[in-house]
Ligand binder design. Structure first.
Ligand SMILES: Nc1ncnc2c1ncn2[C@@H]1O[C@H](COP(=O)(O)OP(=O)(O)O)[C@@H](O)[C@H]1O
Ligand SMILES: [Mg+2]
Length: 334
């Protein structure tokens, strides 16, 4: 499969004031040296606890904020496009190729616009097609997203959470993008509705040859939809691999701990549910060595002094752990 998006050493540091009485700015390492590639037509899941840098990663890729360092390439019909080289008008025009499905369907839709206008807005902003062509495209994409034509003149308040998420998806797809970042797209929905929206995203992917970066803190959701999974901790990718391998035989202690802490019932069988020990890392004051070492039951001296790089373990598995070869970690069993 050919690569659609290549992300190299992507880094974003925020500078936060240390507070009223502090002269020192804190540097928040929200995304730190993140590298991965996404193949055409696949779904890469990005999973990790809240605050680990997932949303920032998605926003950097979509060029909604500028990185501190790194490089990103997008491959289109054999052409390699330097995403960070796009500025002004060229960036504005390129935006139709990469779209975002928002986290919260309750706040991301303008309550004063009809659903038709919400879905049509990106077409109007990009000046694509005549008015009647735009109308046709809006009806076509709405139907594909399971929205009845008679709903389109209504306003978002008349819609359920699941229907609103369908509107968000239709809006993201109306420009016919190749790549979509889905940032916690089902996290605000009931479990039964979650399944419908995940199935819709999968159907649309097939029909439209879409490639997804699928962000979620929920392992069961990520397992359901992802081809491969990247596990993020404290702004870094700590493990990357094909979904079933990563879930059944995790190589990073953080992945093991995440799997053990997930609510039972949705994932496969696990020995017993075990909440994760310790506190989420403070991105403004990371410990030396591996950021997970203060919470890691397997940490040794080297882990507390030298940060492990993400390394290739063959057959597409990558892990950033000094002890990956010797540890035998527990995953889910089917
Ligand atoms: N605009 C910003 N300014 C300062 N800090 C930010 C900003 N956006 C995010 N952060 C910080 O970056 C870290 C990662 O946030 P985020 O990417 O939203 O994580 P996630 O999506 O995994 O929950 C958090 O510590 C957050 O507070
Ligand atoms: Mg987020």
């Amino acid at each position: 499969m050919s690569v659609l998006l290549d992300v190299r050493s992507l880094t974003k540091h925020f500078r936060n004031s240390g507070g009223l009485f502090s002269r020192v700015d804190r540097v928040i390492r929200a995304v730190d040296n993140v590298s991965f590639a996404i193949s055409q037509g696949e779904t890469l899941g990005l999973v990790g606890e809240s605050g680990c840098g997932k949303t920032t990663t998605g926003r950097l890729i979509l060029r909604l904020m500028d990185p501190t360092a790194g490089a990103m390439w997008f491959y289109q019909n054999g052409t390699k496009i330097d995403l960070l080289g796009l500025r002004g008008e060229s960036l504005r025009r390129f935006r139709k190729h990469m779209q975002l499905v928002f986290q919260d369907p309750y706040s991301s839709l303008n309550p004063r616009m009809s659903v038709f206008d919400i879905i049509a807005e990106p077409l109007r902003a990009q000046g694509v097609g005549s008015r009647s062509q735009q109308r046709e495209v809006v009806y076509e994409v709405s139907r594909a997203c399971g929205l009845q034509p008679e709903y389109l003149q209504r306003y978002p308040h008349a819609f359920s959470g699941g229907q609103r998420q369908r509107v968000c998806i239709a809006r993201a797809l109306v420009l016919n993008p190749e790549f979509v970042v889905c940032d916690e797209p089902v996290s605000a929905l009931d479990v039964s509705v979650q399944a419908q929206i995940l199935n819709l995203l999968k159907d649309l992917q097939q029909q439209r040859q879409l490639t997804y970066l699928f962000i979620s803190h929920d392992l069961a959701v990520v397992e359901n939809i992802s081809t491969r999974v990247a596990v993020m901790y404290a702004g870094r990718i700590v493990e990357l691999g094909f979904t079933q391998e990563l879930f059944h035989t995790p190589l990073h202690p953080y992945t093991e701990a995440l799997l053990a802490a997930a609510p039972s019932g949705h994932l496969g069988k696990r020995p017993c549910r075990k909440p994760m020990a310790g506190e989420v890392a403070d991105l403004g004051a990371l410990p030396p060595g591996c950021a997970f070492s203060p919470r890691c039951p397997y940490a040794q001296d080297v882990c507390r002094t030298v940060a492990p790089e993400l390394r290739d373990m063959s057959s597409g598995r990558h892990v950033a752990c000094w002890r990956a070869e010797e540890l035998h970690l527990a995953g889910i069993s089917s």
